[in-house]
Design a protein around this ligand. Structure first.
Ligand code: PLP
Length: 393
């Protein structure tokens, strides 16, 4: 199997820039959780160098000693401009935004605004595992509305979950992952409008985690939740963190629809003390000057999705994979391999390749693994070879 050649005019594919030796010098979670004989294809960090505009912004801040507290609305203005150009959405009003330390802490603060302890939060498993942990940590209860067999929102199941969520008379929220982690599903405008209509009927408040939105194809697939009809009281969280690999440079934006402005205004002022000023500068530079880099990355990710499909067909034909339209995550159905509920444990132990365990993603996760394909074609190829070796023993 040879790697598929990459064709991007302009910027080079950032996924091809770093060797394994260089990556192993990193000290972040992806590279330090497992011993050095393990190939890490799990947590959502990308094997890329930073986009030049981000490097310039951070270097300028460090050179100036500009490392104080964040100020102003540049991040929100950059995102509003990006959203207008990229998704044709001009409804992001800077005055209805707030900076938050990161997306998950933003989710927590927004859920606090619209629910009380003991209230239900609807999620769509299999879904990003911290959704369960953060909701439990804030004393809300999870109400599951699993995705359908096609990996898409199931509106009947969602309606039942909404009905159960509000049955006791409490308030309820729906923590929507859009695009969806781990499947990469990009919800359509129609699906999102149906969610908004249901939420309105049952009095459920939608909080949309849209952190993966920049990783959707630039041709108009992704629709911001707040852009669909009926979503005026929705809340959203966006960030440059996933698109430009900035998780260590903490910052994100909370965004309110027109009818949720009063809710967002109740967010305590001290929440805005959490984001890093250097993080805000980095995210702002990414959104306002990092589009060419992002497009080169997206082309590389497309190549990797095709490569992964070919590698699985060659080495692990029993594994089910439906390439998603966004994210750099691949959700692999390994049930036919007979490796039990947690194939990631087998791949790690026998194959020395680290993937995210499916059961952590809730209902529908057993027998699955999540693979992070934001890496070089060589590392991806070696990862699948290791999986294949582990599966045959
Ligand atoms: C859906 C989703 N939300 C939130 C996060 C974490 O974002 P942050 O580091 O900004 O909290 C991730 C990270 O992978 C994610 O996939």
């Amino acid at each position: 199997m040879t790697s598929i050649p990459h064709e991007t005019p302009g910027e080079p594919n950032p996924l091809n820039a770093l060797t394994l030796d260089l990556l192993r010098r990193r000290t972040s979670m992806k590279w330090r959780t497992h011993p050095s004989d393990v190939l890490p294809l799990w947590v959502a960090e990308m094997d890329v160098p930073l986009a030049e505009p981000v490097v310039r912004a951070v270097t300028r801040a460090l050179t100036l000693g500009d490392t104080g507290y964040p100020s102003g609305t540049a991040y929100a203005r950059a995102l509003a401009e990006f959203a207008a150009k990229r998704w044709g959405w001009d409804g992001l009003a800077v005055e209805r935004t707030a900076i938050v330390p990161d997306v998950m802490l933003g989710v927590v603060e927004m859920l606090k605004l619209v629910t009380a302890p003991g209230d239900a939060v609807v999620v769509n498993p299999p879904v990003y595992p911290p959704f369960f942990a953060f909701v439990a940590h804030m004393d809300r209860r999870i109400a599951e509305a699993p995705l359908g067999a096609d990996g898409r929102l199931d509106l009947d199941v969602l309606e039942q979950a909404y009905r159960r969520a509000v049955a006791g008379g409490g308030r309820a929220a729906h923590l929507l992952c859009s695009p969806h982690n781990p499947t990469g599903t990009v919800h359509t405008a129609r699906e999102l409008a149906a969610v908004a209509a249901l939420a309105d009927r049952y009095g459920v408040r939608v909080v949309a985690d849209e952190i993966h939105a920049p990783l959707a194809a630039p041709d108009g697939d992704f629709v911001p939740y707040l852009a669909v009809p009926g979503a005026q009281n929705g809340l959203s969280l966006m960030s440059a963190s996933k698109g430009w690999n900035l998780a260590g440079l903490k910052a994100a934006l909370a965004i309110a629809g027109p009818d949720a402005a009063a809710d967002l205004a109740r967010m305590p002022e001290e929440v805005g003390h959490g984001p890093s000023h250097v993080g805000v500068l980095a995210h702002t530079a990414a959104l306002s000057e990092g589009t060419a880099w992002l497009d080169a990355l997206l082309a590389g990710l497309d190549d990797n999705r095709r490569l992964l499909t070919a590698l699985l067909a060659e080495h692990l034909p029993g594994v089910g994979y439906r390439p998603g339209g966004a994210t750099y995550l691949a959700w692999l159905d390994c049930r036919a391999l007979g490796l039990g509920d947690d194939p990631a444990a087998v791949f790690l132990e026998r194959g020395r390749v680290a993937l995210s365990p499916g059961p952590d993603f809730g209902t529908g996760g057993a027998g699955h693994v999540r693979l992070n394909l934001a890496t070089s074609p060589e590392i991806l190829t070696e990862g699948v070879r290791r999986m294949a070796r582990a599966a045959v023993r």
